[in-house]
Design a protein around this ligand. Structure first.
Ligand code: UD1
Length: 429
C-alpha cells in the first residue's frame, strides 16, 4: 500500500491547477443513466472514486470511453468521458461495489426513474458516522416507488413510472437533493423540493440535466421545482472546479507561508472558507486566473468556526482547518454539525504535537509553536489530507500511511505540492 513521506518546513510558491470537482463528477456520471444518448463530461478528475464509479456503471451496461491525452495537453487538464447508457442490462448494484463508495447508492434514483426498478445494496458503515439513507428512500416513496429491504438490498419498484410530488426535507441533505432531482426529471408531473441543499455541485448537476432537456428551476436555492419530461437527450458538460481541493491548498499555503495561485478556482464557490482564512490573517485575492493565497511571515490568528450546509463553512474542510489552527497564536474552536464522529484526525494530529481537546461536537485547538513529524494513519479522505497539511509545517519527517484515501479525492496531490517547492514524495508498495 502506498505511503506519502513529507519533510516539513518549506514554503509553497507557484501555481496549483485545480481539478474538476469530485462531488459533482460522481452525480453527473450517475445522471448518464437517465438517457439512452451519450453524455460527454469534460474536466473530469483522475480519481480512484471516478474509476470505481466507472466500474459500477459498467456493471449496469453503461459504456464509457475515456478521451485520450492530446499532444500539448497537461496531465492536469482533466479527462473527457463519453458515457453511453444506451442499454441498461442490469438494475442491480451489488454489495461488493456499493460498499466501497457510498455515493454509488445514488444510482437508485435514475434506475427507478428510467427502468421502473432498482436493487441497490445498502451502503453500510463509514468512518465518519452512520450516514443513513432514510431520506433518499423517503424521496422515492414520495414520488410513488415501493420500497422493500431484503438481504441488505433496497429494492425500489415503480413499474408505471414515478410521479411528481412534494418533498420537504427535515434536514438539508446533498444526497437527498441529488436523489430528488434525478428521481423527478422523468416523473409524470411537477415536483417541488423544499429545504433543498444549495451546494454548488447540485447546481452543476441541474445545469447539466437542463442541457439534457430536463426542466429544473431554483437549483442553488432552498426550493427546487422540477417539471417532469418524457425523455432526456445527450449533452456536453464541463465539471465545475473542486471547491474542497481549492480550500485544501489554500490552507496548505496558509500553513507553510508563501504565495500560490490556485488556477481555475472560483472564489464564490467557497466564500465561507476564504473568509475564515482572511480572519486568520491570510491574504486572499480573486484574480483573472483563479485565487491567489499569500502569507508572508505574519502569524496565524485563531478562529471560531461551525460547519454548516452551503453557503456555510463546509464539513469537508473541517479537518484541514483544524490542522492549520494547530499552529495559530491562541485557542481556536471548531464545531462539527453535519457528521457525528468526524474527528478521526484529532488523535493523529496529536501525534504530531497538536493540542486538541474534544467536547461533544466541538474541538478546542490550542496553537503550538511547533509540530514534529511522526508516522500517522489516515481514516478518511479529508482527514488524510489534513495530516499532509500538518506535515508540511512539522519539523522532520512524517509518513502518512493508507494513502488510498487521498487518491479517492485528490488528483496527483504530491505532484501539485512538489511543483510549489514542498518536500513530499509517494513511496509505492
Ligand atoms: C455529500 C458529500 C460529502 C459532504 C457532504 C456534506 C458527495 C459525494 N459527498 O455527502 O463530501 O461531506 O455532502 O456536505 O457529494 N442524512 C440522513 N439521512 C439521509 C441522508 C443524509 O440523516 O438519508 C444526514 C447525514 O447523516 C448527515 C447529513 O444528513 O448528517 C448530511 O448528509 P448529506 O448532505 O446527504 O451528505 P452526502 O450527500 O452523503
Amino acid at each position: 500500500m502506498d505511503r506519502i513521506r513529507v519533510v516539513g518546513g518549506r514554503p509553497l510558491n507557484g501555481v496549483i491547477p485545480i481539478s474538476g470537482a469530485k462531488n459533482a463528477t460522481l452525480p453527473l456520471m450517475i445522471a448518464s443513466l437517465l438517457t439512452d444518448q451519450t453524455l460527454v463530461l469534460e474536466n473530469v478528475p483522475r480519481l480512484a472514486d471516478v474509476a470505481l464509479l466507472q466500474r459500477i456503471l459498467g456493471n449496469h451496461g453503461v459504456d464509457i470511453m475515456v478521451g485520450g491525452k492530446r499532444p500539448g495537453d497537461s496531465e492536469y487538464k482533466g479527462q473527457t468521458l463519453h458515457i453511453s447508457a444506451a442499454d441498461i442490462v442490469d438494475t442491480t448494484a451489488p454489495y461488493e461495489l456499493v460498499s466501497k463508495m457510498r455515493a454509488s447508492f445514488w444510482v437508485i434514483a435514475p434506475l427507478v426513474a428510467r427502468m421502473g426498478e432498482a436493487k441497490v445494496s445498502m451502503p453500510g458503515g463509514c468512518a465518519i458516522g452512520t450516514r443513513p439513507v432514510d431520506l433518499l428512500l423517503m424521496v422515492l416513496e414520495r414520488l410513488g416507488a415501493e420500497i422493500d429491504i431484503d438481504g441488505g438490498y433496497v429494492i425500489a419498484r415503480a413499474p408505471r413510472g414515478l410521479r411528481g410530488g412534494e418533498i420537504v426535507f427535515p434536514k438539508v441533505t446533498v444526497s437527498g437533493t441529488h436523489t430528488a432531482i434525478m428521481a423527478s426529471v422523468l416523473a409524470d408531473g411537477t415536483t417541488v423540493i423544499d429545504n433543498a441543499a444549495r451546494e454548488p455541485e447540485i447546481g452543476d448537476v441541474a445545469a447539466c440535466l437542463n442541457k439534457m432537456g430536463a426542466k429544473i428551476s431554483g437549483a442553488g436555492t432552498p426550493r427546487i421545482v422540477v417539471e417532469g419530461v418524457a425523455k432526456l437527450n445527450g449533452a456536453r458538460h464541463s465539471v465545475l472546479p473542486d471547491r474542497i481541493e481549492t480550500g485544501t491548498y489554500a490552507m496548505a499555503v496558509a500553513m507553510t507561508g508563501g504565495d500560490v495561485t490556485l488556477e481555475g478556482a472560483q472564489a464564490e464557490l467557497l466564500q465561507a472558507g476564504l473568509d475564515v482564512l482572511a480572519r486568520a490573517g491570510v491574504q486572499i485575492a480573486a484574480t483573472n486566473t483563479g485565487i491567489r493565497v499569500v502569507r508572508n511571515g505574519a502569524g496565524l490568528a485563531p478562529v471560531e468556526v461551525t460547519t454548516d450546509p452551503f453557503p456555510g463553512f463546509p464539513t469537508d474542510l473541517q479537518a484541514q482547518l483544524m490542522a492549520l489552527m494547530t499552529r495559530a497564536r491562541g485557542t481556536s474552536r471548531i464545531t462539527e454539525t453535519i457528521f457525528e464522529n468526524r474527528f478521526m484526525h484529532v488523535q493523529e494530529l496529536v501525534r504530531l504535537g497538536a493540542r486538541i481537546h474534544l467536547h461533544g461536537e466541538t474541538a478546542t485547538i490550542e496553537g503550538v509553536a511547533r509540530l514534529r513529524g511522526a508516522p500517522v494513519m489516515a481514516t478518511d479522505l479529508r482527514a488524510s489530507v489534513s495530516l499532509v497539511i500538518a506535515a508540511l509545517a512539522a519539523e522532520g519527517e512524517t509518513m502518512v500511511n493508507r494513502v488510498y484515501h487521498l487518491d479517492r479525492g485528490f488528483e496527483r496531490l504530491e505532484d501539485k505540492l512538489v511543483a510549489c517547492g514542498a518536500d513530499i514524495a509517494r513511496i509505492s508498495g
